[in-house]
Ligand binder design. Structure first.
Ligand SMILES: *Cc1c(COP(=O)(O)O)cnc(C)c1O
Length: 371
């Protein structure tokens, strides 16, 4: 029987190189709390990404929950429903009311032309997502934020290493968060980070992720424990060495999909933003059931029957989950573009070591299944 092909498969560093670093950690007996590898990885990532300050976290969700605390966000936050649930849950965990605004039909990012209508006296911030690694409309969002005195925190979980107009996308907004989960382009097994632009904020972030300790006996804020450990930081340093090559391999996969799928009627591939570099984290396709002759779910199930496990990111929309469905802004009539995307999307397998015969097989199945 054919081996299952999943939507992603993590790239791991060479085991022997990791074992060397593990030996060093074993010798030092320093396992966490801002150790040597933690410091090295923060510096290496800041350089790789082209940003000023990186604070490592246990995962992307804790980074986002903490980022909201760093800026003391309360009240209402404008955000997108077309995302992974962690974006919205992080607001909820801070007692913040999410206010959903629709996305643009091309990239699926927060539509800046619809933001102003959603602002109320309680609005404190905007939390957009760079969906599938395509940059959100950062300039327009900043203009609105400046006009209304709002903070901007980007959920950049998909946008590791993405540059926009020659600079890191992570330099926009007040803060950005990254996820280094096993399924992401760059992984530390679990992990994440907050990116900030000044030393004072960096300090506050680092206090908050360590219970609020600012010294042996000084606690300056009700912090949390969200520190990355030395084993994962060391693993992360190794991962960085192989990242460019892994992104190049992802691009090869994406290029073949583009070439083969673009001309199938009823299948739309994702447009890449012209002003950005790309990291190919996902390969979403959007099925127009009238033109393709089969529904999205029929294709999804058929792929599954052939041991190919795509994922419907992002279906259901976050605004459809029971804890958010009752909100005024969650009404489907408020979010037509997001609903259309959620109903049409399948993310196809993409990862550096996806074998070319498997890739061809996936493409052939999609071609043959067309009604
Ligand atoms: C993966 C992801 C997160 C959560 O990151 P974790 O590291 O898994 O906690 C948040 N937002 C988006 C958009 C994601 O894709």
């Amino acid at each position: 029987m054919m081996k299952n092909i999943l939507v992603t498969q993590p790239a791991l560093p060479p085991l022997d190189e990791f074992v060397e670093l593990l030996k060093d950690i074993w010798d030092s007996k320093w396992l966490t709390n801002n150790g040597k590898y933690h410091q090295q990885l923060e510096a290496a990532l800041a350089e790789y990404l082209g940003v000023k300050y990186v604070s490592l976290f246990t995962n992307g969700t804790l980074a986002l929950i903490s980022a909201l605390q760093v800026l003391r966000i309360t009240g209402e936050v404008i955000t997108t429903p077309y995302t992974f649930v962690a974006t919205t849950h992080s607001l909820h965990w801070n007692g913040i009311k999410p206010v959903f605004v629709d996305v643009d039909p091309v990239y699926g990012n927060l539509d800046p032309t619809k933001i102003e209508a959603a602002i109320t006296p309680k609005t404190i911030a905007i939390v957009p997502v760079h969906v599938y690694g395509n940059p959100a409309e950062v300039e327009k969002i900043q203009e609105i934020a400046d006009t209304y005195g709002l903070k901007v925190i980007y959920d950049a979980a998909h946008a590791f290493g993405v540059n926009y107009k020659g600079h890191s996308i992570l330099n926009f907004g007040d803060l950005s968060i990254l996820s280094f989960h096993a399924t992401k382009v760059y992984n530390t097994i679990e992990g994440g980070a907050i990116i900030c632009h000044d030393e004072k904020t960096k300090k506050r972030i680092d206090y908050l992720k360590n219970f609020g300790f600012a010294g042996e006996t000084t606690v300056i804020a009700p912090g949390i424990n969200a520190k990355m450990n030395e084993v994962q930081a060391a693993y992360g340093l190794l991962q960085l060495k192989y990242l460019k090559e892994n992104i190049r391999k992802r691009k090869e996969v994406a290029d073949i999909y583009d070439r083969e799928l673009d001309n199938i009627k009823g299948i739309r591939t994702l447009k890449q933003h012209p002003n950005a570099t790309h990291n190919y984290p996902y390969y979403p396709i959007f099925i127009d059931e009238k033109e393709y002759g089969k529904t999205r779910d029929e294709l999804y199930d058929y792929l599954k029957a052939n041991n190919i496990f795509g994922r419907r990111y992002f279906y259901p929309l976050v605004s459809e989950f029971p804890m958010y469905k009752g909100l005024d802004s969650a009404k489907p009539s408020n979010l037509p573009n997001a609903h259309k995307k959620a109903e049409q999307v399948i993310c196809l397998p993409i990862y550096p070591d996806l074998e070319s015969d498997k890739l061809e097989e996936i493409i052939q199945i999609i071609k043959d299944f067309k009604g």
